[in-house]
Ligand binder design. Structure first.
Ligand SMILES: [Zn+2]
Ligand SMILES: [Zn+2]
Length: 272
């Protein structure tokens, strides 16, 4: 049992369009008994931001991917390229497991010219997952349990739940419309990281807005909600207010660098 809290560090709280203070999707998770750092999605800028957030490239042990939109996956290539850099101590380089929906191996295939071998990582292991519709999938690793559910976005898009040995958990929506699958995945979790790509007057069919995220957090009974993946036209304050109409727990609007600490059975508290 670890004494450190499970920690979420937002690397990118924005989406595909440039937004001040909010880069494309990327989240780092560590602590709570996890070994090293697990990334949830790896959008452009995620690798560049590691140093700003006090994270070491050599600590990354796995990357868990929600779907293949470019704002969620492009820095997989930056990660591989960085890990091959001769200035890194290659003897200290751990294996990285890349976990994602079907298609991940093809994305990383050397057949995808003209990227050369320098963006292919010889020390990564690829795990494609195929969750049963309506049931989901559970992956057990030595330091973590990961659960995936198909959500409502692109074909095969996944939401993920990260269960730490400490007993704390967080659930990441990936990109999704409003779907009971996400509430089921997030049931009783300490923190729901919900995308908030839409404004309140847009129907939450392929993405969420603040009101829909609040409804899902309430239905899931989670102990905290962080809204993220904001497009520039979405007003975070209005999104938080709308979420609060449905959900009584603490709500945070993420910016790049937001940190939240999770202990089992307790509401998330901001990190320093
Ligand atoms: Zn997205
Ligand atoms: Zn997407």
């Amino acid at each position: 049992m670890s004494s450190t809290p499970l920690e979420l560090i937002v690397l990118g709280a924005g989406a595909a369009l440039p937004g001040r203070g909010r880069g494309p999707a990327g989240y780092a998770v560590r602590g709570g008994g996890l070994v090293g750092v697990t990334l949830l999605d790896c959008g452009p800028g995620s690798i560049r931001s590691l140093a700003d957030r006090g994270l070491d490239l050599l600590d990354i042990r796995r990357v868990v991917l929600s779907h293949f939109h470019a704002d969620h996956v492009l820095d997989l290539f930056a990660l591989a390229f960085a890990r091959r850099n001769p200035n890194l101590d290659q003897d200290r380089l751990p294996e990285v497991e890349l976990i994602g929906p079907a298609g991940l191996a093809e994305l990383l295939s050397v057949r995808q010219a003209p990227f050369d071998l320098w963006t292919r990582d010889p020390r990564h292991r690829v795990t494609e997952v195929f969750p049963d519709a309506g049931v989901g999938l559970r992956l057990e690793r030595a330091d973590v349990v990961l659960e995936a559910r198909e959500v409502q976005h692109t074909v095969g898009a996944l939401g993920w739940r990260v269960q730490a040995p400490s007993g704390a958990s967080l659930t990441y929506s990936g990109d999704t419309g409003e779907t009971p699958a996400l509430a089921e995945l997030a049931r009783g979790t300490e923190l729901l990281v919900a995308e908030c790509g839409l404004a309140l007057d847009e129907a939450p069919e392929m993405h969420l807005n603040g009101a829909a995220a609040g409804r899902l957090a309430a239905e899931a009974g989670c102990l905290g909600l962080v809204l993220s993946h904001f497009y520039p036209h979405v007003d975070p304050a209005l999104a938080v207010a709308a979420a609060a109409e449905a959900y009584a727990g603490p709500i945070h609007a993420a910016v790049d660098g937001t940190q939240l600490l999770l202990e089992p059975g307790q509401a998330p508290r901001p990190g320093t």
